[in-house]
Design a protein around this ligand. Structure first.
Ligand code: CP
Ligand code: NVA
Length: 334
């Protein structure tokens, strides 16, 4: 077992390719695994969510329950964080009471500060820049589908500059997967991150590329990935520009017809129909019934998309187990 003991899980860039593969493989083994009286039993974790969540919060709470870890949930409206107490002070308070902290919120610097000042393992449950636990789940589904990560080509359609685009590009570079960002130029990840990832890719055999042509990306893709066009915390006013810029990058029948991709992935939640308040608002303003992915394609690939959601629990359980146990702890006793 790799040594994750007592380490924080802040961003994919902090892990080696081998470590990402290890956690991916351990996630697969976590199917059905429970050990409430095992090595994590009796620990306490604080879950701070400054943004909403269904999958990530449930995955952390259920995983921790299955491993015997007690959880305390905090959000901005019911705790002192933000309005009356800084991240730095909160970190020092929680560090004295808990064995781990889970944080979902805004800038990456907030989760980094929590880790630096709490001195206990901190898990990033999504920041603007990064969503590392999602990557382990995504890669587990990809590895189960193709039997390998190396050499698989993932095409990301949409806003590639935000948490998912950044984390997927970094993860692909580290494990030797080919990453294609399919978006307008201004939605590419930052030049600095691209430069770092290209350098990593030279060592691992991955390729990092960009195209503004959806059919070119589709033709090369083994995996098609998309995410919402407006992320949590971004202002509503931005919808008009995002629709104008990103509608040509919608994952629709034309894209699928031009592709041999075996699976479509979406971290979710998704605007593929009018069954949500936000989708209905967008429809009333702009007349669109489906956004980043059409309902037809979403339902055609629902088994990979919801398998990915199921893997959020298994991957988070793997990350917790590797981190909150002693060095080289082997859950399977080998
Ligand atoms: N994919 C994901 O992080 O979902 P939630 O926002 O529901 O946690
Ligand atoms: N980019 C999305 C990801 C949701 C899991 C967001 O930040 O809202």
């Amino acid at each position: 077992m790799k040594n994750f003991s007592n380490r924080s899980f802040l961003k994919i860039m902090d892990l080696t390719g081998d470590e990402i593969e290890f956690l991916t493989d351990l996630s697969v083994k976590m199917d059905g695994y429970k050990n409430p009286t095992g090595p994590c039993s009796g620990k306490n974790a604080a879950l701070i969510f400054e943004k909403t969540s269904t999958r990530t919060r449930c995955a952390f709470e259920v995983a921790m329950n299955d491993l015997g870890i007690n959880t305390v949930y905090l959000d901005s409206s019911t705790s002192q964080l933000g309005k009356k107490e800084s991240v730095k002070d909160t970190a020092r308070v929680l560090g004295g009471m808990f064995n781990a902290i889970v944080y979902r919120g805004f800038g990456q610097e907030r989760v980094d500060t929590l880790a630096a000042y709490s001195k206990i393992p901190v898990f990033n449950a999504l920041t603007n820049e990064s969503h590392p636990t999602q990557i382990i789940a995504d890669f587990a589904v990809i590895k189960n589908t193709f039997g390998t990560l190396k050499g698989v080509t993932l095409a990301y359609f949409g806003d590639a500059r935000y948490n998912m685009g950044n984390s997927l590009m970094t993860g692909c570079a580290k494990v030797g997967m080919n990453f294609i960002a399919c978006s307008p130029k201004e939605y590419k990840p930052s030049e600095e991150l691209i430069k770092t990832c290209v350098k990593i890719a030279e060592e691992t055999g991955a390729t990092i590329s960009f195209t503004e042509d959806p059919l070119e990306a589709a033709a090369k893709a083994d995996v098609i990935y998309t995410d919402v066009w407006v992320s949590m915390g971004e202002p509503d006013e931005i919808w008009e520009k995002r629709i104008k810029d990103l509608l040509p990058y919608q994952v629709n029948k034309k894209v699928i017809d031009g592709s041999n991709a075996k699976i479509v992935l979406h971290c979710l939640p998704s605007f593929h129909n009018l069954e949500t308040e936000i989708a209905m608002d967008v429809y009333k303003k702009f007349g669109l019934k489906e956004l980043e992915i059409t309902d037809e394609v979403f339902e055609q690939f629902e088994s990979s998309i919801f398998e990915e959601a199921r893997y959020r629990l298994l991957s988070i359980k793997a990350i917790i187990l590797a981190t909150l146990t002693v060095e080289n702890y082997d859950p399977f006793g080998r």
